[in-house]
Design a protein around this ligand. Structure first.
Ligand code: ATP
Length: 320
């Protein structure tokens, strides 16, 4: 009798211990892994230059499957340490991932040190928002790692302090961006459409692309809503016919090779149309199928250093 009672007690104790150990493991997270996705702009109109020097734009963003991998790990000592597989990425305060971690720690009063490991796949300074995607991943990753529980709107308010594309990278998918790109309206994304990305080996800073822009002449502004409607309908022909980027003219004047590349991608078999993304230098083509996208990229690789076949993605971040 006594023995049965003891057995029962010990079973309950064991099961409680198991519960507690699960809670401890679940609660005390040491690291998070996040996929930080690239974006393209299917439409980019520059509305005006503001008094503070920034340009007001209307743009249609779309996330891609192409992504960097970010690992954030707690450290016993203080400080933020960055490690990256690409030697051309700064590892100090100039890195947007560093700035994001620093801002999050300051605003949330976090004293813990962290290591951030960046596996870079998104080409640098290429109009694909690689730095912004990394910053967005760090904000969301820190939120998870330290169990702060901020909503995406709070993170977007932090994100805009780091860069105009950070708020979109936090939400991802497809969205219209107003203001400097931070006032976002989400729309239904395209469903797994192959996108061929080609970069002629040029790095263009967004600042230099906007500097070359001449906004004095009167012009008709292109309406972003037309492209957005085609995206929501999944009408690839419509999306391709309305592809537009106001920055192309100024960038093409300085780098005629990008204009030639755009024409070449537009003429590929099974290409619906082509456009320079953001401030360049990457040009993308919307392709009708994967096989043709891969075949074309194999041929183009002989001429251009960066040729990547990606797809449209319904999200900007993925936490593993
Ligand atoms: P956008 O499309 O938002 O204008 P981009 O793709 O043209 O961005 P990035 O790849 O973000 O440009 O790089 C712009 C600059 O930011 C580069 O000079 C790079 O050295 C610097 N940088 C800082 N942190 C990062 C990072 N984590 N990843 C990439 N670049 C970074």
């Amino acid at each position: 009798m006594e023995e049965t009672k003891w057995k029962k007690c010990s079973q309950i104790h064991r099961s409680r211990c198991q519960q507690i150990s699960v809670l401890l493991v679940g609660g005390a997270i040491d690291s998070v892994n996040i996929q930080a996705h690239a974006k393209i702009n299917l439409h980019l109109e520059v509305v005006r230059k503001r008094k503070d020097g920034y340009h007001e734009i209307e743009t249609l963003f779309h996330s891609l499957t192409l992504h960097d991998n970010i690992e954030i790990r707690k450290r016993c000592d203080a400080g933020i340490r960055i490690d990256c597989n690409n030697a051309r990425i700064p590892l100090d305060k100039r890195n947007l991932a560093y700035q994001a971690a620093d801002l999050f720690c300051q605003q949330m009063l976090i004293k813990n040190g962290i290591n951030i490991k960046i596996k870079k796949r998104i080409p640098i300074a290429s109009g694909l928002a690689g730095g912004s995607a990394d910053a967005a991943a760090v904000l969301q990753g820190m939120n998870r790692l330290f169990e702060v529980g901020l909503g995406v709107e709070d993170l977007k308010k932090m994100g805009i302090k780091l860069g105009a594309d950070v708020p979109f990278c936090l939400t991802g998918g497809a969205g219209i961006g107003y203001g400097v790109g931070e006032v976002l309206t989400k729309i239904s994304p395209l469903d797994d459409v192959p996108i061929l990305l080609v970069n002629p080996g040029l790095e263009i800073s967004a600042a230099s692309a906007y500097q070359g822009l001449d906004l004095r002449h009167s012009r008709q502004l292109r309406d972003v809503k037309i492209s957005a409607k085609y995206v929501e309908e999944g009408n690839l022909r419509g999306v391709s016919q309305s592809l537009y980027n106001r920055l192309e003219n100024s960038v093409f004047q300085s780098y005629p090779a990008i204009s030639i590349l755009k024409e070449e991608l537009g003429c590929l078999p099974e290409s619906y149309g082509s456009l320079m993304s953001g401030s360049g230098a990457t040009v993308f083509a919307i392709m009708s199928n994967d096989i043709e996208a891969i075949k074309s990229s194999e041929v183009l690789k002989r001429k251009f250093p960066i040729c990547i076949v990606a797809r449209t993605s319904p999200f900007g971040l993925k936490i593993a």
